[in-house]
Design a binder for this molecule. Structure first.
Ligand SMILES: NC(=O)c1ccc[n+]([C@@H]2O[C@H](COP(=O)([O-])OP(=O)(O)OC[C@H]3O[C@@H](n4cnc5c(N)ncnc54)[C@H](OP(=O)(O)O)[C@@H]3O)[C@@H](O)[C@H]2O)c1
Length: 432
């Protein structure tokens, strides 16, 4: 029999519990897949005294994560702690010792990926991170393993389940943002501090990883332009639907020559686009390549089972290579720094919602300001919203316009007495 591959698990929370349970309960099937047993040797947590759902054999649990990494019986470290501090130090220590690492940690990979890959390379270790983006959806392995003959032009995705749950509740039930967020928190989909999700930072880490892999050029998270979903109102979803669109928090990365433009923001997607129909906590990622065309991967973007599925896929790939005496499987390679395409590179259609006085001549005045900034109107919807105050609401869809032109038009509109307030400005992604 091939020697067992010793696994050290760092973290026994939502994901770690599911990974440990699967390692123990599916040991025979995993061994058959890997060609060697995957033996769970030690498990580190912050508080070993806490009650746990996962039933571990006695003696595995410890509060000393460093000792797990240093244990000579551990060949493969699975990091499911999260964050860049303690987890980052432990992953660096493991790689420097030549131990293979599987991590589900998007923040760590997005911020420190190139340094960690170099460390892994220098010590002959593998570092894999399928679970860091899209939970159980295989997307990183397809990007690195299955599409290398393509020149990729774009990666687009709905890669935050919490915000997609909130936006779906707003679209389907007319819920206000605050109520939809409270519901997501009550169901355990949103954390008590939802900032990372609703302000787009979680999606920014993930698109930074996908963009770096797709274009072979490092896109750090701070290079991703981010807008969250707090400003959306239920009527935006109604207007969008009447115009034939859904509203989603979209993460995109596009190649512009040798530069990469990555952003996360709410966007109108045409209802025919598969991403427009990804609802609830589901995630989806679309990859556009010159040979393969556009591929859409969809599934559960989070949760213990799906995330454990991705973690174990990575662990099995490493174990299979070790059992076969092969070098650790793929390495994303050294990345050059991606150039930024500079301001004003975005040219799309825009959706604007504004409160206006309900009297003749208002639309003409607004159209004139937009026209002077070279933004032309494609469609308008008008509603009387507060007849007693004489104000109405306008939803405007523009033709394609440069972002810089729209910014100039908005600055002019804000000075116009005919436009009380511009309450929503959303990009329309007509894409593939
Ligand atoms: N949850 C998901 O659906 C999901 C999906 C995709 C990716 N991920 C990623 O998976 C990772 C884990 O997420 P999670 O939801 O499982 O988190 P979690 O439930 O909060 O679990 C974190 C675990 O790490 C342990 N821990 C914290 N600090 C530690 C330290 N210094 N030393 C040793 N152990 C420590 C905790 O110990 P105690 O139990 O003693 O507190 C806990 O067991 C994160 O990177 C997350 O982004 C999660």
């Amino acid at each position: 029999m091939t020697d067992a591959i010793g696994v050290g698990l760092l973290g026994l929370g939502n994901v770690g519990g599911a990974v440990a349970t699967a390692l123990l309960e599916r040991a025979a099937a995993l061994e058959e897949r890997a060609g060697a047993p995957l033996a769970l040797r030690r498990v580190a947590v912050r508080d070993p005294g806490k009650a746990r759902d996962a039933a571990l054999p006695p003696g595995l649990l410890t509060g000393d994560a460093g000792a797990v990494v240093a244990d000579p019986a551990v060949d493969l470290v699975i990091e499911v702690i999260g964050g860049e501090g303690a987890a980052g130090a432990l992953v660096r220590d493991a790689l420097a010792r030549g131990k293979h690492v599987v991590s589900a940690n998007k923040e760590l990979i997005a911020k420190a990926g190139p340094e960690l890959f170099a460390l892994a390379r220098a010590h002959g270790a593998a570092l894999r991170f399928e679970a860091s983006v899209g939970g159980g959806i295989p997307v990183i392995a397809p990007l690195l393993r299955d599409l290398p003959a393509n020149r990729l032009s774009a990666v687009r995705g709905i890669i935050n389940g919490t915000t997609n749950f909130i936006l779906t509740a707003m679209a389907q039930r007319g819920a206000a943002f605050a109520d939809a967020l409270a519901e997501a928190q009550a169901l355990g989909y949103a954390e008590s501090d939802p900032t990372n999700d609703v302000d787009g930072h979680d999606a920014a880490y993930k698109i930074a990883i996908l963009a770096s892999l797709a274009f072979g050029a490092r896109v750090p998270p701070e290079a991703v332009a981010v807008e969250g979903i707090r400003a959306l109102a239920p009527q935006d979803f109604r207007y969008a639907r009447e115009l034939g669109y859904a509203i989603k928090l979209l993460a995109t990365a596009e190649r512009h020559g040798e530069a990469v433009l990555a952003r996360v923001h709410p966007a109108l997607l045409p209802e025919r686009q598969p991403l427009a129909r990804v609802d609830g906590v589901q995630n989806a990622v679309q990859l556009s390549g010159d040979l393969a065309g556009t591929l859409t991967f969809q599934g559960a973007g989070a949760g213990p089972g799906p995330t454990a599925s991705a973690v174990l896929a990575d662990a099995l790939a490493i174990a299979a290579a070790l059992a076969a005496g092969a070098p650790p499987p793929w390495d994303p390679g050294p990345w050059r720094e991606a150039a930024s395409p500079g301001p004003g590179a975005i040219e799309t259609r825009y959706y604007l919602r504004m409160a206006v006085p309900d009297r003749p001549g208002v639309l003409a005045a607004i159209a004139r300001e937009l026209g002077e900034a070279r933004v032309s109107i494609a469609a308008v919807e008008q509603r009387e919203t507060q007849p007693e105050r004489g104000t109405a609401e306008l939803a405007i869809m523009t033709h394609r316009a440069r972002e810089s032109a729209v910014d100039a038009a908005l600055a002019a509109l804000r000075l116009l007495p005919e436009a009380h307030a511009v309450n929503a400005v959303l990009r329309v992604e007509d894409g593939p």
